[in-house]
Design a binder for this molecule. Sequence first.
Ligand code: GDL
Length: 422
Amino acid sequence: MKFLGVIEGFYGPPWTVAQRSRLFARMQAWGMETYLYAPKDDPWHRQRWREQYPPEHAQALADLTAVARQHGVRLVYALSPGLDLDWNAPDDRRALTDKFAQVAALGVTDFALLFDDIPYSDDRAAQARVQVQAAHEVMDALWPAKPGGHFLFCPTEYCADRAVPTVATSPYLHELGTGLRPEIEIFWTGPQVVSPQIDVAGILEVNTALRRPVLLWDNLHASDYTLHRLHLGPYAGRPLELRAHLSGILSNPNTPLEPNTPGLHSLADYARADAGWTPEVSLDAALRAWLPEFGAAPDDTELLDGLRVLADALYLPGTLGPRAQALLDEAHALHGDSPAASAQRLRDASYSLRRVLRALEAGSNRDLLFDLHPFLIDLIEELHRLSAPQSGRGADDPAQFVYRGSLADRLLALGWAAPPRD
Ligand code: GDL
């Protein structure tokens, strides 16, 4: 694969320069070489794409590019003009090339044009032709004399779910495949926007339609569509053979930066793995390597156990890790024959997570503490509440809801069973 790395491509507060610098250092250690700058909420990236970056923001982008380079990371700058780009308006066409020219002058050498999450036009083939023209016009303006850096492209139909009528027969994808210059890399997110599984057959199908190996924009660990969740699980659901049919993998991960370490570490591991690799073993290695960020020694097995419970509890979209599944089973078993033993195991898990929280509170990675804090508190509280000896407190005793006091939390605590209506 030609590309391995990270997309800052989520909706939500963009990472800070300091956070990105930390990310680049980690990427270097993991052997990742590509970072796509595409934060949906950088106004100049999408909403106000026509406007040039004001001086202080331009300087920040130039500095960021330099920091990336120091870490051996290639910063690819992406623009998302698709919300309201009018290809028939000469001013818009000029604004597009001028914007890329501004960023190129800051030292950026690689670019992307993104058309995800924009309105579809009635004639999708025509929409594709306009996008192809836009990409070529930008490339020719950027590199008039000789071929330049990499050029990446995100389609409007960027996963099988969005291909109309199908991947194989989509006029939109066909136009892109035949129209876009072969050196342009095209993003694809798999069968869905967030794809729990991606198989070789699906990738071969889209590669045929687009006439090149696609570049995977992987939303497996993304959390911007559900800020109540984080994804701390391994890179999973993609067979190793997939790698041979992709031009690369870029992960668009959790919105908070710090909790991305396990998933990205595991992705880096996957990219280089030999036969026999498993997501579970890879996650364990990632969690061990994460211990120092918690102020713990690399051989602190107690804290490692806490991290394992935490990662399994916040695993992957719609999926729990094995330890979290076992805890759920224990919670069910509280109604069974030996509730005391189950309560003890739930309590142990709560203590184990409490150790993680205490380590973070005492440690120096404050971002990591703040990113994980609400999730740790939720888990610790609920495990504790379930496993506490019956104290006679009612389920709606406010003292039970010190941390989780909102109406939504109280409704959740009532469970899913609907009360009788009459
Ligand atoms: C998307 C967006 C992305 C967002 C992700 C997860 C792509 C190509 N675009 O559709 O910005 O972070 O879903 O919500 O994935």
